[in-house]
Design a protein around this ligand. Structure first.
Ligand SMILES: C[S@@+](CC[C@H](N)C(=O)[O-])C[C@H]1O[C@@H](n2cnc3c(N)ncnc32)[C@H](O)[C@@H]1O
Length: 220
C-alpha cells in the first residue's frame, strides 16, 4: 500500500527517512540509548498503557516503549509522523504486536478524546512553528486521560557555549525559525498554557536538549 504524507507547515523529513537511523546516533553523540531510556522511565509506564509518540520518525523510541507494554492487557504504543516515508521505514523495521505507526499530523490527531495514558515526543517540537506547537499541545491534552503523563524532550534555551553554538548553527543552517522559538525557551509556557501542570525540566543533554515531564490535571 502506498502511504501519502499529510500536509503540514511543520518541517517533515521524508527525504531523510532512509538515512535517519544512521545519522541520529551520531547527532546524539553515542547517548541515544541513555536519552531514550530516560524518556521511557519518565513515562512511568504500566503494561496496559496506551501511549502516543508525536513525530516518531523511524520509531526507535516508539518501539522501546512498546516493548514494555502487554498487548493482552491493552497496552500499545502508536507512533505518528506527518512524513509517510518515515512511517514506511518505522513499520518495516519496528512494528510489533504492541507497536503501531500511522501517518498523521500532530496538530490534527485522528484519535478520540481521552484515549491515551501518556503522550511523548522527542525532537519534534523544533520542527513546527509556534501556532502548530500550540495546536499539537492542545491535541495532546485532548487525547490524554485525566492524570495522563506528557513527556517532551526537545531543543531549549542553551546552557553551555557549545549548546548555544550547535543550536544557533542548526537554526541558520537548516533555515528553521521554529528552532529559534525553542532557543528562546517557549516550550514550558506553551505546555502550561495548553492546560498541563507546570512542566519540570529533568535533564539537559549536550547543553541544548531538555527533557520535560508533566501531567494533565486529574480534573482536566
Ligand atoms: C527530528 S525528527 C524526530 C524523530 C524521532 N522522534 C526521534 O526522536 O528521533 C522530527 C520528526 O517530526 C516529523 N514532523 C514534522 N512536522 C510534523 C507534524 N506536523 N506532525 C507530525 N510529525 C511531524 C518529521 O517528519 C520528523 O520525522
Amino acid at each position: 500500500m502506498i502511504l501519502k504524507s499529510v500536509p503540514t507547515r511543520g518541517r517533515t523529513l521524508d527525504h531523510a527517512a532512509f538515512v535517519y537511523d544512521f545519522f541520529e546516533p551520531i547527532l546524539l553523540l553515542g547517548k541515544q540509548s541513555e536519552y531514550d531510556l530516560e524518556i521511557v522511565s519518565l513515562l512511568e509506564l504500566s503494561p496496559s498503557h496506551r501511549v502516543l509518540d508525536l513525530g516518531c520518525g523511524t520509531g526507535v523510541l516508539t518501539r522501546m516503549i512498546a516493548d514494555r507494554l502487554d498487548g493482552g492487557a491493552g497496552g500499545v504504543c502508536i507512533g505518528i509522523d506527518a512524513a509517510a516515508k518515515m512511517i514506511q521505514v518505522a513499520r518495516k523495521k519496528r512494528a510489533s504486536a504492541t507497536c503501531r505507526f500511522e501517518v498523521a499530523a500532530a496538530e490534527a490527531l485522528p484519535f478520540e478524546d481521552r484515549s491515551f495514558d501518556a503522550v511523548v515526543s522527542s525532537l519534534f517540537f523544533h520542527h513546527v512553528p509556534l501556532d502548530l506547537k500550540e495546536k499539537a499541545l492542545a491535541e495532546a491534552f485532548r487525547v490524554l486521560l485525566p492524570g495522563g503523563r506528557l513527556v517532551i524532550a526537545d531543543m531549549h534555551t542553551p546552557t553551555t557555549w557549545m549548546g548555544a553554538l550547535v543550536s544557533h548553527v542548526a537554526r541558520w543552517f537548516f533555515l528553521q525559525p521554529p528552532i529559534g522559538e525553542n532557543i528562546r525557551g517557549v516550550l514550558p509556557q506553551l505546555i502550561e498554557h495548553a492546560g498541563f501542570l507546570p512542566p519540570k525540566p529533568i535533564s539537559t543533554y549536550f547543553g541544548y536538549i531538555v527533557t520535560f515531564a508533566t501531567r494533565k490535571p486529574e480534573a482536566g
